[in-house]
Design a protein around this ligand. Structure first.
Ligand SMILES: [Zn+2]
Length: 299
């Protein structure tokens, strides 16, 4: 099953009037941002989640990232394609363009970045924060979409909700970042901890403030332009997701290293993991514990 995480309106844009089956899932980490709608597309089940809640009522710091990823895992999601609005830090990344990010710089500081803070220590590999296999699949699908898709780029994730100062924006460019947004972290990290593939389609809505605006542009005109760009970029992202899902359906990907990410990550002795701890994390740890027990039996 593929999970699609996006801004408000993405579900409607993807599926029209079909709302599919609604799942309201309580989790040990609270309620997810919204009910999750499961629909079928080309023989593949899709689980749609509105990151900012119905009606966009959650700001990026308030999004329940842990509950969202946990709920998708519980439903049986193995791959996540997320989308998120960003500001461009480069001339060549134009408003309405899409980017398949390959790296991230995490500046968030008000969000819990791990599931595993009770009863065990787990340190997942995160050198490649976005799944290379899922990115390659979306890259192959990009040629079917009538939009500019940048196939790699560095995303700097800020806490927000206010945007950067001009000095910060200039600094982010000097760091080597290409786009700035507020939502991919800790979402990508939690997906890795939950052993799911995760890729991000960044939607450029405007240039970040390093570039300044045309003199004389009114604030209202600017806002209208950004909203228009977001609408267009969302339509482009939906087209890319559809093309990616079609590719996924035609050539289901091989099992990926993301799906066994805990094998080298859990430093705690699996025999010391109490039933309470296992139950608390169910289903996140189940595969790992069963594999560890089987390996022990074999030796
Ligand atoms: Zn993967």
């Amino acid at each position: 099953m593929i999970g699609l995480i996006g801004g408000t309106g993405l579900g409607e844009a993807l599926m029209g009037d079909s709302r599919g089956t609604e799942h309201v899932i309580d989790t040990p980490f609270g309620m997810p941002s919204s009910a999750i709608h499961v629909v079928e597309w080309n023989g593949i089940e899709l689980a749609l989640l509105a990151r900012h809640g119905e009606g966009h009522t959650l700001n990026p710091s308030q999004v329940p990232y842990r509950a969202n990823i946990y709920a998708l895992k519980k439903l049986g999601v193995t791959h996540i394609i997320a989308s998120g609005a960003v500001g461009s830090l480069r001339d060549q990344i134009k408003p309405r363009d899409l980017m398949l990010c390959h790296q991230v710089i995490d500046k968030t500081h008000r969000r819990i970045p791990t599931f595993y803070d009770v009863g065990l220590a787990a340190h997942v590999e995160f050198a490649q924060p976005y799944c290379p296999q899922l990115r390659a699949l979306l890259e192959a699908a990009a040629s079917k979409v009538n939009a500019t898709v940048h196939t790699r780029g560095v995303y700097v994730c800020m806490e927000g909700p206010a945007f950067s100062t001009q000095a910060e924006s200039t600094m982010h460019r000097a760091w080597g970042a290409d786009v700035i947004g507020m939502t991919t972290m800790p979402e990508a990290k939690l997906a890795r901890e939950a052993e799911m593939c995760y890729a991000l389609i960044a939607l450029a809505t405007d240039y970040d403030c390093w570039r300044g605006h045309e003199p004389g542009t009114s604030k209202q005109a600017l806002l209208n332009e950004i909203i228009g760009n977001l609408r267009e970029a969302t339509a482009n992202a939906v087209a890319l997701m559809r093309a990616g899902i079609d590719t996924f359906a035609e050539n289901p990907p091989e099992p990926c290293a993301c799906h066994t990410a805990l094998d080298l990550a859990v430093w705690s002795d699996h025999e010391k993991l109490t039933e309470d701890v296992r139950r608390h994390y169910d289903p996140l740890l189940n595969r790992y514990v069963e594999a560890a027990r089987a390996a022990q039996k074999a030796t």
